[in-house]
Design a protein around this ligand. Sequence first.
Ligand SMILES: [Zn+2]
Length: 561
Amino acid sequence: MHDVTASRDEIRRARIPCASAVASHFHNASVTAPFPLAIIATLHEYRYSAPLFETAGWAAMSVIAVGGFQHETNTFAPSKADYAAFASGGAWPELTFGDAIAPRLANANIPATGAFDALHAAGHRTVGLVWGAASPSAQVTEDAFEQIVGAMVERLAAAGPVDGVYLDLHGAMVTEHLDDGEGEILARVRRVVGPRVPIIASLDLHANVTRAMMREADGFDAYRTYPHVDMAATGARAAFLLERTLKSGYPMAKAMRPLDFLTGLSSQSTFIEPGKRLYELLEKLEREHDTQLSFTPGFPMADFPECQMAVLGYGPDAGRVQKAVDALANAVHDAEHEFALDLFEPDAAVARAAQRGEPGAPVVLADTQDNPGAGGNGDTTGLLAALLQRNPRDAVLGLLIDRASALQAHAVGIGRTAPFKLGETSGVPGHVPLAGEFTVEALADGRFTCTGPMFKGFQMNLGPMAVLRQGNVRVVLASKKVQAADKAMFRHVGIEPREQRILALKSSVHFRADFQPIAKEILVVVAPGPAKADPTMFSWSRLRPGLRLKPGGPAFVLPAN
Ligand SMILES: [Zn+2]
């Protein structure tokens, strides 16, 4: 383990050009080569008397620039995120600019929404830059990145002097031309506003926090829940950190500690241990040490040297920040073995669910590896095939993303039976669509509003939807990619989830917010898909040497050239 720590003095100095004459040294020799600790300047002889930020003591109205650019990149996934993916947004709101951002995001569980609300409630004026997000996938294209960040930076420059910047970032963006998308976004924003304007960002719990990010930003706050029911609340916490930083007149001291193992998404849920306990500890340590803490278990599907779990913190006192970060990082380290999780092969999962599921208490099968929330396209048919094979009573799988089959169902009509070729639209070699006779049981237009704790208020437009039946098994088709994490996705097509015996959901963890309360039990299934539940199943080539690929697992070794 190694750490990144800088006191307020050190950070301030690192940003003041004339201080560059002061020698800096990388104080932790255990850090391996590709991680220059640029912000770890250990500076002793320089003392300053004036606050860094001109807004010190700030209480009156300030001008805060607000932007957002979110992507979670699975470098092993089949398709990239181009400009059109952000323009439409997928399950997120579409790419939005300037003054239109705040009203477009109003009342949604989105970080920028919480930040806008908090900043406006405190009497500050916000200047909207650009806000965009796309479904998780492979790399963001260079074109999309340059256009969106270009617009962000241009609007920021045009806005004139601002007192602070808030950004709604994910923290796991890899692009065609950059390993660390957020590090570059923050660096470009920093170049516009200079060293004396604080930049604070909210992050997803699945952020892979990098050294460049830590260097360029004055603070981060990440989600504390998975399912992410606190996205808007996280934006509000980031706004609080921004306000506190401005008021103090100095950057907060910061510390970060990466962990030495990866863990799959399914075991990162805060509905189960050890996540539940660790985030309770996080809040306790915050109070004890006057430190705003984040624990990011990371997104273990991005093949670059800073794919990692981390603990980070910000506060006025460097010593207390370091203490809080160390205590939480040590607790995560000690819980390593608890992050291991039982995984089921499709047939074994269906067999167990058929025995145990009952109406009112269905068994939920998480088709985690095809999760559209982690880079899957929601189109693999491995678990569906296992269901059709055993034909258990009252079984539903959703959402299978297959626009052609949904359109075919609309053409065939309700009550009629026809041959279909379902799914596998991504064109992954060796994957063929599932062919068979299905009866069209229901049709819908895909427009509805989500009702569950995580997506409440999100207006879905999933294109033509349909329910097909073969024997006891029903499959819900949709035309646009989204993970099955809200009961409204099933009620929209006439299916009441609670009445089923088996619910097979293309989701890793987000479904737990709305479905765990009705589930008899939840089985994590390893059917085909690009979002591997066990990180050792990826063919990694660029991780940090020594990083354990799963809890208690083998350490990564750089491949010989
Ligand atoms: Zn996430």
